[in-house]
Design a binder for this molecule. Structure first.
Ligand SMILES: Cc1ncc(COP(=O)(O)O)c(C=O)c1O
Length: 405
């Protein structure tokens, strides 16, 4: 069968594939522990569910405007004012089928063939493929010192006449690291000066720990929004645990938003109406679920960090936010794909190989599951890798013997 060059060069999402593998194995009765997940386990806020079912109960579920219903735009405007202290108008907002679609239509709206998009490594698995889908060239930047945060200089050194945009995701998937205030400020100022699009993927910026808060790009922007190439991406998936609703948004200048809306109108039309009403409910409703999710995640992170300390040779940076941590397992195995395969194969623990995020030797471990998932998952990993642990392990009534070390 003949496929396009594009179809042949795009990689499947490693994380979505792992979810599929985990659920197939689980259906077969395998005692899977999923530390590869990218979604909180809490329920969607009741206000979201009520709003959504109210629309469903009318039985009249119609197309909406391609850039989102006015009520959702209004709720996003209010959220932006409350959270970012930034006043924006309806023409500065587009609602999409998840932050992922908002990013995709944005890239389609700004990239000409072969133009480059820079982002720090480790990066979200989808950035390189999304840039390629839009005809562009992904340019990941790895910090010389091995840290998760390249310096401004390291990033600006790769800027060329082909550079169209820089994407920053902070706190970051997969590392959980948050870029400093100085870094964000310098990047905002640099991109304004050089007239480069700066895309702030803020999807995790409410899920931050240890009393910190994420530096907000608008605090440093000097240009009026209508002349600015600053774009904020956000959505309900992570902060409200509403991944399945598929609602995200972008905030940008009117000209860009209109171009994105035209692309979206030809691509998928407006996002699903029930999901948009659910997002309105979440954004306008009782907000306590964000804080309770944040507290749960912080506690889970602490449990995971404690457990990881028991590993000889694993280096780990304490995550500032998100629900991921990104330990360096290269002391045990350098090839992260082989390591992840071994852990799934032998002890039925799902992890995501660092290679997928542009960082070999690491594994992404999620702490968005239960405490039992975290403790048992890490106990199994330790057993699989540590030659000093007992030679046998029971998974239920199945006896494992460690014959691979
Ligand atoms: C960094 C980052 N950006 C965007 C998204 C997409 O979020 P959504 O579910 O709203 O499409 C994700 C989801 O995993 C993510 O990790």
């Amino acid at each position: 069968m003949s496929l396009s060059q594009l179809a042949r060069c795009i990689k499947e999402s490693a994380t979505l594939k792992l979810n599929e593998t985990a659920s197939v194995l689980r259906e077969k009765g395998e005692p899977i522990i999923h530390l590869g997940g990218g979604e909180p386990k809490s329920k969607a806020p009741m206000d979201a569910v009520i709003n959504c079912t109210s629309l469903l109960n009318t039985g009249e579920i119609r197309y909406t405007a391609p850039d989102g219903i006015p009520a959702l735009k209004k709720a996003i405007i209010r959220y932006t004012e409350e959270h970012y202290k930034k006043i924006v108008s309806a023409h500065n907002v587009i609602a999409s089928g998840g932050a992922k679609q908002a990013l995709m239509v944005l890239l389609h709206a700004i990239l000409d063939p072969k133009e480059e998009v820079i982002f720090p490594a480790p990066y979200w698995v989808s950035y390189p493929e999304m840039v390629k889908l839009a005809g562009g060239v992904p340019v990941p930047v790895t910090a010389e010192d091995g840290s998760f945060c390249p310096t401004v200089k390291e990033i600006t050194d790769v800027v060329s006449s082909y550079t169209k945009a820089i994407i920053l995701n902070s706190p970051n998937n997969p590392s959980g690291a948050m870029y400093s205030k100085d870094f964000v400020q310098e990047m905002v100022e640099y991109c304004e000066k050089k007239s480069i699009y700066l895309i702030m993927d803020d999807i995790y910026n409410r899920l931050v720990f240890d009393g910190k808060s994420a530096p907000l790009c608008y605090d440093f922007a000097k240009m009026p929004l209508e002349q600015s190439k600053l774009v904020v991406i956000n959505g309900v998936s992570k902060m409200y645990a509403m991944t399945g609703f598929r609602i995200g948004w972008a905030i940008a200048n009117q000209f860009l938003i209109e171009a994105m809306a035209t692309i979206q109108s030809q691509q998928t039309s407006g996002p699903s109406a029930p999901a948009q009403w659910a997002a309105v409910g979440a954004l306008n409703g009782v907000q306590s679920s964000i804080e309770s999710l944040r507290v749960t995640l912080e506690n889970n992170r602490n449990v995971m960090m404690d457990r990881l300390k028991a590993f000889d040779g694993v280096r780990v940076h304490t995550p500032d936010g998100t629900f991921y941590c990104f330990p360096d397992f290269s002391a045990y195995m350098k090839d992260s794909q082989k390591l992840a395969n071994l852990l799934l194969d032998k002890v039925r623990v799902v992890t995501v190989p660092g290679r997928e995020f542009g960082f070999e030797g690491h594994l992404r471990l999620s702490y968005c599951g239960t405490i039992r998932d975290i403790t048992e998952g890490l106990d199994r990993i330790k057993w699989a890798l540590d030659p000093h642990s007992a030679n046998e392990l029971y998974l239920g009534d199945r006896k494992l013997v460690r014959e691979w070390l």
